[in-house]
Each structure stands twice: as C-alpha cells, then as structure tokens.
Design a protein around this ligand. Sequence first.
Ligand SMILES: Nc1ncnc2c1ncn2[C@@H]1O[C@H](COP(=O)(O)OP(=O)(O)OP(=O)(O)O)[C@@H](O)[C@H]1O
Ligand SMILES: [Mg+2]
Length: 285
Amino acid sequence: VEVAGGAYGAQVDLSSNDEMGLLAASFNEMSRKMEADIEEMRELNVHLIRTEKLAAAGTLAAGVAHEVNNPLASISSLIQMLQTRHTVDAETREMLRLISTQIDRITQVLRDMMEFARARPPERAPLDINRIVEASIRLASFDKAFQRLRLDINNDEDAPLVFADADQLQQVFLNLLLNARDAMPEGGELRIQTLYDALRHDVVVEISDSGTGIAPEHRAHVFDPFYTTKPAGTGTGLGLAVCYGIITAHGGHIEIGPHNGQGTTVSVRLPVEHVNEKLYADDSP
Ligand SMILES: Nc1ncnc2c1ncn2[C@@H]1O[C@H](COP(=O)(O)OP(=O)(O)OP(=O)(O)O)[C@@H](O)[C@H]1O
Ligand SMILES: [Mg+2]
C-alpha cells in the first residue's frame, strides 16, 4: 500500500520459506529497484535542466554581446574623436576619459560572456590530473588573498591518467580555488586532494575550504549561470556554470559536498576508462 502511494523502497516484513515468503522477497526487490530507478531519473532530470539552462544562457549571452558590441564600438570611436578636439576644456576631457574607462569595463564583461558562450568541445589528451591541479594552484597563487590561505595538498601520484582537455580542466580548478578564496576573506584552510576511486573508475579531485559554506537556500542554484551572492561588480555567477559544462562534457561529475557547518567541499570526478581504452588501442600492433 505504501509503495502504491509513492513510498518506493518500502519493504514488506515477511520471511517465511514458502511462496508467500518468495513473493515478499521479490516484491521487496522490485520496490528497491523502483526506488533506485526513480532516484536515477530524478538526477537525470536535474542534469538535463542544468544543461538546458546552460545552453540557453550561452545563446542569450552571445546574442546580447553581439548586439551591444557594435553600438559600443561607435560610442568608443566618437569619444576618441571628441578627445582630439582642441576646443574641449580640461574638465570635459577628464569626463571623456572616465567614460572611456567605463566603456572598457563593459567591453570586458562582453568578452567574458562571449568566452562563456563559445563553450568549445574539449580537445582531449591523456593527462596526469596532479599536474593540472598544481598548475591551477600556481596560477591562483599570484593572487594576494590566496597567498594568505593555509594549503594542505594531498596528491595521489599513482592515480591513473584521465583523457581530458588540459586548459579546460585548469579553468575548472582555478574557478574552484578562487571561489574557496572568496569564501575565506579572513583567511583559512584550503585542502586539495586527488585520489583514485577504483570502484567507480574515477579520478577524484576534492577542494575543501573552511569558509562561509553555502546556505541551504543557495545550494540548488549555485550551478545556474549568472547565479551569484557576491556584490555587484565582483562576481558574474558564471564560474560554477562553466565548471559544470566542462566536467559534464568530459563525462564527469561535479558535486558540492554535504553542508556540515564547516566550509564547503567541491568534488570533481573524471572517468578513466577512455584513457585505458586508448592506451590499449595504441599498444596493439
Ligand atoms: N567555496 C564556496 N564557499 C561558499 N560559497 C560558494 C563557494 N563556491 C561557490 N559558492 C557560492 O556559489 C555562488 C556561485 O559561484 P560561481 O563561481 O558560479 O559564481 P561567482 O563566484 O559568484 O562569480 P564568478 O565565478 O563568475 O566570478 C557564489 O556566488 C557563492 O555564493
Ligand atoms: Mg566563482
């Protein structure tokens, strides 16, 4: 009755040795399977909605960027013309200069949006994930606030290679490292770990910070394009959306760990089977 009412996974407590017992066991098995299937469908649905949103946002971003670019270029050259006029007084000249810097900012945002919309397919090669993670940390370390964090790096040097796009993965880890930095404005601890999950044939990268954590009401939205809780002008809300797009295109998964009141853990999983297939293929005569 519970199962008919939607409580898939409910079990019948009957363990006799006759047909009734067998029936109960099969029923329980079916109920369990239905629960697992429904969970899988639910996850697939969330995934489809996210990918759909990403594609829609990409198209929109490209369209807007294109439309705004042309008038902006005209404004920019008109200002340059005004600046060269001798009749313009010093105050006006200063105003024109300010307008120019604001236009530069708009141009930068448009460039970011175009970059996001371009979402090229990955150019894959066999890669050691540890080297990619290290390169991302090196890049992030140019940042002053990042330098103040305590790093705890734990690489599994025996992790198998993944078949992936080095630039794209580096972008993913850099985004995650910078999010962690932003979550720890007062400093804190950043744990970075790579490992091989032999059971699921995945290489896993975990990035944990001791920062603010993600409030329950934000959790469902952080992968949405343009979703940000940062003050206007600091975040565009594209970081995690881009990470999601890239990791998904690699056949991997990206997840936010459970909320435990102590910062945030983001884990990235990348499948290794493609690499091994390729390596075996290369070995054969
Ligand atoms: N490590 C983290 N700790 C706490 N909150 C986080 C963390 N990572 C992401 N978030 C939350 O998820 C939101 C979305 O992150 P995302 O990287 O997509 O955008 P952003 O960092 O706000 O802007 P952008 O990355 O485009 O500069 C953030 O605004 C923040 O609220
Ligand atoms: Mg970000």
